[in-house]
Design a binder for this molecule. Structure first.
Ligand code: PLP
Length: 406
């Protein structure tokens, strides 16, 4: 049993009230809250040791550089990377995927080639590829889902042919919660000699990531969804790929030598980190990992699943006309739903007045919404600090909103 009270005590924001009621924060898929120890690292960075990294012989710069590079090593060992040089800091999953699309995609995709995506991808794993497609003229093929929100793996296998060059797939869906069998999907792709990019934005907070066990070619995630600071993400890439790839952006930090005639580039990982990084925020990722490791990722997932099952069972039994989108057995603690024909915004606004913070809309997955034949959903998502009482408060509030809306 987790000591949820002790965990919650680390998050001052969770004791807020809204409209005279306790705030129930269930928008963790969009961003999770940040424990005080992570905020303290950032505060320390600004108040004690702020100095730009990699450019100074002075003490503060060396401290800041060490803190940043220690965090890189911590991330590398946390995801099972072979080397910290395979860990590139970005602004988030979105920038990580843009980097892969532009640099690696630009190398391996050309006219007449094919890229495989799935229908449940976030816009961050669709639009960068479309931008590249408009330059290079390849084709995007899409894996469909079944009624429970699971990928159709037979359809996936059938998409491969001699023109398939790349697969990019989310580890877990931010709408359906479905956890995809990425290890199996990667093995299938590799059997065809095709590399795989994994969007791990929704997996990193809940699932043990082992990039070498998965054999992922690239793996992207965002710190702000895993109790860390906002504005920082990670791109893992296999060294063999990263070494061959051209830089994504040019500027300071990523060069070895610059002249007007010719420029040579820095070694990994700096070749992909142009400009001043968020050297104050990056060490806080290590704090977020410490927080999660202190509890244990399996214990986090187990607790979230208890909340998921409890809230789902009650919603299904007690709210007539409620439809849940995404009922796969392998699922993160996300409940996407609609009540009858009521617009998700109406439901979300009324829930907010009852102190329940949920997300509404298309969740940056418009192709999935089109596939499901809906405009959007209401989405509640749980994190380790949520409680059974909060799950009950949420269900009671949904019942009340359903009654108000008729
Ligand atoms: N991919 C998935 C599956 C997501 O859920 C999100 C954010 O919700 C992203 C990518 C984009 O993450 P970020 O906005 O942190 O770059």
């Amino acid at each position: 049993m987790l000591d949820i009270d002790a965990i919650r005590a680390e998050f001052p924001i969770l004791s807020r009230e809204l409209y005279g009621r306790p705030m129930t924060y269930l928008d963790n898929t969009a961003t999770s809250q940040t424990p005080r120890r992570v905020v303290d690292i950032i505060t320390d960075g600004y108040t004690r040791s702020k100095a730009n990294v990699h450019r100074g012989v002075h003490t503060l710069s060396q401290e800041a550089t060490k803190a940043q590079e220690d965090a890189r090593r911590r991330v590398a060992s946390w995801i099972g990377a072979e080397s910290h040089e395979e860990v590139i800091f970005t602004r988030g999953t979105t920038e990580a995927l843009n980097l892969v699309a532009s640099s690696f995609g630009g190398m391996v995709l050309g006219e007449g080639d094919e890229l495989i995506l799935t229908v449940m991808e976030h816009h961050a794993n669709i639009v960068p590829w479309q931008l590249l497609r408009s330059r290079l003229g390849f084709t995007i093929k899409v894996v469909p889902i079944d009624g429970e929100g699971r990928l159709d793996l037979d359809a996936y296998r059938a998409l491969f042919n001699e023109r398939t060059r790349l697969v990019s797939v989310c580890h877990a869906s931010n709408v359906l919660g479905t956890v995809n069998p990425v290890k199996e999907m990667i093995a299938e792709a590799h059997a065809h000699g095709v590399p795989v990019v994994v969007d791990g934005a929704q997996a990193a907070p809940h699932i043990k990531i082992d990039v070498r066990d998965l054999d992922a070619d690239f793996y992207a995630f965002s710190a702000h969804k895993m109790y860390g600071p906002t504005g920082i993400g990670v791109l893992y890439g296999k060294r063999g790929h990263l070494e061959k790839m051209p830089p994504y952006q040019g500027g300071g930090e990523m060069i070895e030598h610059v002249s007007f005639g010719h420029t040579t580039f820095a070694e990994l990982p700096f070749k992909f980190e142009a400009g001043t990084p968020d050297f104050v925020g990056i060490p806080a990722i290590a704090g977020a990992i410490d927080f999660m490791d202190g509890i244990g990722i399996d214990a986090i997932a187990e607790h979230e699943h208890v909340l998921l099952r409890h809230a789902t069972d009650r919603l299904v039994a007690e709210v007539p006309g409620l439809r849940i989108f995404g009922t796969a057995p392998e699922k993160c603690a996300i409940i996407s739903f609609l009540i009858g024909d009521h617009h998700p915004y109406d439901v979300g606004m009324l829930l907010d007045k009852l102190g329940i913070e949920v997300r509404t809309g298309h969740h940056c997955a418009q192709p999935l919404m089109e596939y499901l034949g809906i405009e959007g959903t209401v989405r509640a998502s749980f994190a380790v600090y949520n409680t059974i009482e909060e799950a009950d408060r949420f269900v009671d509030a949904v019942k009340r909103v359903a009654m108000i809306l008729g």
